[in-house]
Design a protein around this ligand. Structure first.
Ligand code: 15L
Length: 266
């Protein structure tokens, strides 16, 4: 049977990449975003949906017959105000989970962020565990931690399978010092999402979304438990990074969230 996957935030950087890399025979993608999207290619097994993840009716319609929702929609960085994070990220995640539940979707994969725990130190020499208690580094991080809490509630109360991915620095290649430990390459990002889609009966999980970086500080135990095996390594770019590093990324160097922890970061 054809697997139906709904991607919210399909026009975002990760969404666009997954649109391409998740293509498979017997798979159909529903690509939802409030922003305009690239038109469908010939033979592309997908549907474009222009809607906001904060719209309950649109989300309920989009979720009909879906096997997995990949919830990437929302504000994906700093620079917005509290009301915007509450409306788009927190309320949006609630709407997605609620629509999925009401439509009978069995699984949601939530694009969380390391910024949900960004004020944890990065330089203790001890592996940063899975399920680290939230310690957000910004309002953006708070919105991601709130999203994880909603995922936990929908699992415990309604039995939804939810995999929360605490994504590190997603880039085509690592560009700063912090990325030496938290880079997530596009190829590994696809492997991570494929694992979260395929793993049998995950229940509620919180998984680090990073590559196989030689200077890794995060646990990959839960990642391995869901079948994610990263292969890319930021170390391969280390020499270029040392030359490239710009001052912003020197800030917050002792914390997982790096520059997001700086008091001037909005
Ligand atoms: C994130 O969570 C953001 O989505 C992205 O915009 C980057 O800023 C990334 O973290 C990062 O810190 O590198």
């Amino acid at each position: 049977m054809t697997q139906q996957i709904l991607i919210t935030g399909a026009a975002g950087i990760i969404g666009v990449s997954l649109r391409d890399s998740l293509r498979q025979p017997d798979r159909h993608l529903r690509l939802l975003d409030i922003k305009p999207q690239i038109e469908l290619g010939t033979g592309e097994a997908a549907q474009l949906i222009e809607a906001s993840c904060t719209d309950p009716a649109a989300m309920f319609d989009a979720c009909q017959g879906v096997d997995v929702v990949l919830h990437l929609g929302g504000l994906s960085t700093g620079g917005f105000n509290w009301e915007q994070y509450v409306d788009v990220n927190i309320n949006g995640t609630y709407r997605v989970l609620d629509a999925a539940r009401r439509a009978g979707v069995p699984r949601v994969v939530y694009a969380s962020s390391h910024h949900a725990v960004g004020f944890h130190p990065s330089d203790t020499g001890v592996t940063v565990p899975d399920y680290l208690f939230p310690r957000p580094d910004s309002l953006y991080g708070v919105s991601k931690a709130a999203g994880e809490s909603l995922c936990s509630l929908f699992h415990d109360r309604h039995g939804l399978d939810v995999v929360c991915l605490r994504i590190g620095s997603y880039r085509t290649r690592p560009t700063d010092q912090r990325a030496l430990f938290n880079w997530l390459s596009p190829g590994d990002c696809t492997r991570l999402f494929e694992a979260a889609i395929a793993t049998p009966a995950p229940g509620f999980r919180v998984v680090w979304g990073v590559s196989a970086n030689a200077r890794a500080i995060m646990s990959l135990d839960e990642a391995h438990a869901i079948g994610y095996v990263p292969i890319d390594n930021a170390e391969d770019y280390a020499e270029q990074i040392n030359a490239d590093t710009h001052s912003l990324h020197a800030q917050g160097g002792h914390f997982i969230g790096g520059p997001f922890t700086d008091v001037t970061f909005e």
